[in-house]
Design a protein around this ligand. Sequence first.
Ligand code: SF4
Length: 304
Amino acid sequence: MSNKTKEFSTGASSRGSHQLGAALSCERLWALRYHQRLRPTSSKPWQLLGTLVHTCLAHYFASLMDEPPQWSLDETMDENLEREGEGNPEMIRQAKDCFEAFKSRYAGDGWVPLYVENEFKASIGSFFKDEELPEWIEPVKDEVVTCKTDLVCEWGGRVWVVDHKTSSGNSRSGRLNSWGSGSEYIMSPQVFQNLWIIRSCIDRPVAGFAIQRLKRSTPYDFDRQTLQLSPLAYDQARYMIADATLRERDIKNRIEAGEKPRPNYNQCYSRWGPCDFFAVCSSDTKEIQNSLLSSEYVQLGGMK
Ligand code: SF4
């Protein structure tokens, strides 16, 4: 019997690389964020601006499609920005300015959108030919993992997966920091998971992954580059994804049996700043932790 499950649909990514990464890095983070589904009530300003710029780009590329996705018809770009940026009109204006500069820069470019903000799903088993599925992966071969991509487009006659990245850039030069073939993105779990899933889902060959960067403040700056991935690292990534689903299953089983998820203090601070639960985990007492969890976080749609 085939290992493959192939489908795609729109909506939020339900089991993406960030979730699986949390299972590998800190089980307390996984439990709070993906089991209890807690999110901070306040987001960092640069995160909101990045979200608003993404919203503009999503509507723009959707509008270029012959059959735009339903979400882009249900709500206009302005309505979407108002909802996501509620109470932050200045930030909405900044996002629109950045977007207008992007359009001017790339007006008439050769990107033909195929999917915008689409969630793709594939089973772990679909990453392996039947005869090469290792025994340890057998228990999770039917588990479905997901990715929600900013854009899948045709570019130069080939299909590319594209991720938009907003950046503060270099404050001295006013430009984006330069990056090249050794960039952090070539070892990104998000990139690998997107490619394994989308290559399992669509019938056309997928050439690879491209990063579209936007500097989110004036003077605006943009660039787009394709990633030169190691074929060896790409091949190994499917084992990492399978390992993460096993790990996630183990954490979930132990939590449901009444065990407390264990912290990993190696993961509390990254170059993007503190973990969303930094204040909780660094509190002096359980009472303060519980008080913070009930006052500073909101639960999305109940536990899984
Ligand atoms: S602050 Fe550290 S221990 Fe707490 S959830 Fe985040 S990564 Fe885990």
